[in-house]
Design a protein around this ligand. Structure first.
Ligand code: 3PG
Length: 394
């Protein structure tokens, strides 16, 4: 990967693909983390005299302009956070975009309207990519989190201009390599979330690479069920039993130990502050459901984390968004954060729910690296090459 830091960008139009697909509520940005993380990228390029042209998508407008998916509020927020002017073009290609880009002086910034307002974007259409390429002298991808999409602004355009990797994409890939490709051992992964069926490939890949795999969340119920443990009314996928067996076989062949919860917080109702009970996993009442890991599981998992040098985390181990079912996830998060801060472990976490859970535990900035990528993080955990990254390698 060619690093944009090594390119001569002075007075050049730098067309940069970002992922400013930020969460919105009632027309307001509800979480600006993705903008914040890109501020250094823009500041450095501006100080080096680049004319910065920002590309992004927002939401899934389905190939046509939809007002609520306009990037204008994001451009305004970026301007406020940077303390600089950000020009905005109502379209990402054609005369509107060209006029805004042509007016840029070195060090100035323009943002173009949502690339997904054109259906050609998701089709990875070469002619549309050529229209985008007209707006830059150099292309930069600084959007790891959308690099699993082979779209015109992430894939096709990279073949039409000198293409570079941006600093946040490089940092993200660097952190992941430390965790998955060359981890300091022992290395463990916590994989949670509700369903095995959404993470089959992740579990299969990690079973071959990790020393320990802690399974939590709803998917642990399916593992328990496959082992013949009654899980009451818990979320469970009886059809995934063969998958679980396959994952276990792979783990065994690779010398990876799979750990399941030994106790659980159960309730009869899935609602905030429902009456709960802690039971060993073999004793879940028929009318109750598992909603979090119990204190003995927390102690067992944390004890093991203490012996590890690297920890990868994807997915909460309980229904953390409904109190009190976040306690298990928060306890593991606090322990991992404290060990990271003490320099004893490298911790890499990612995925939408995971970031929300770490935020709720107030430890996000205490991990070694927390990725804001959702789907891209999962595909990377599956061991896949992301098309947007592959397109930068020539
Ligand atoms: C994300 O938020 O994960 C990325 O922006 C990709 O969005 P998408 O899933 O709509 O392609």
């Amino acid at each position: 990967l060619k690093d944009i830091a090594s390119a001569d960008v002075a007075e050049k139009r730098v067309l940069i693909r970002t992922d400013l697909n930020v969460p919105m509520a009632d027309g307001q940005i509800s979480d600006a983390t993705r903008i914040e993380r890109l501020l250094p990228t823009f500041r450095v390029l501006a100080s080096r005299g680049a004319k910065i042209v920002i590309l992004s998508h927002l939401g899934r407008p389905d190939g046509k302009p939809v007002a609520k998916y306009s990037l204008k509020p994001v451009a305004d927020k970026l301007a406020a956070m940077l303390g600089a002017t950000v020009a905005f073009a109502d379209d990402c290609v054609g005369p509107a975009a060209e006029a805004v880009v042509n007016a840029l002086e070195p060090g100035q910034i323009a943002m173009l309207e949502n690339v997904r307002f054109h259906k050609e974007e998701e089709e990875n259409d070469p002619a549309f990519a050529a229209e985008l390429a007209k707006l830059g002298d150099i292309y930069v991808n600084d959007a790891f989190s959308v690099s699993h999409r082979a779209h015109a602004s992430t894939e096709a355009v990279a073949h039409l201009l000198p293409a570079y990797a941006g600093p946040s994409l490089l940092a993200e890939i660097g952190a992941f390599k430390v965790a998955l490709d060359h981890p300091e051992r022992p290395v463990a992964a916590i994989v949670g979330g509700s369903k095995v069926s959404t993470k089959i490939a992740v579990l299969g890949n990690l079973a071959q690479k990790m020393d320990y795999l802690f399974i939590g969340g709803g998917m642990a119920n399916t593992f328990l069920y496959a082992d013949g443990v009654a899980v009451g009314k818990s979320l469970c996928e009886p059809n995934a039993i063969d998958t679980v067996k396959e994952i276990r076989a792979r783990a065994e062949a690779a010398g990876c130990k799979i750990l399941l919860p030994v106790d659980a917080v159960v309730a009869r109702e899935f609602k905030a502050n429902a009456e709960t009970e802690v039971v060993p996993v073999g004793e879940v009442p028929a009318d109750a459901m598992i909603l979090d890991i119990g204190p003995r599981s927390v102690a067992e998992f944390t004890g093991l984390i203490e012996r590890c040098k690297t920890l990868l985390w994807n997915g909460p181990v309980g229904a953390f968004e409904i109190p009190p079912f976040g306690e298990g996830t928060f306890a593991l998060a606090r322990e991992a954060a404290a060990l990271t801060q003490a320099g004893k472990i490298v911790t890499i976490a990612g995925g939408g729910d995971t970031v929300a859970a770490l935020n709720a535990a107030s430890v996000t900035d205490k991990f070694t690296y927390v990725s804001t990528a959702g789907g891209a993080f999962l595909e990377w955990l599956e061991g896949r090459t992301l098309p947007g990254v592959a397109a930068l390698i020539r």
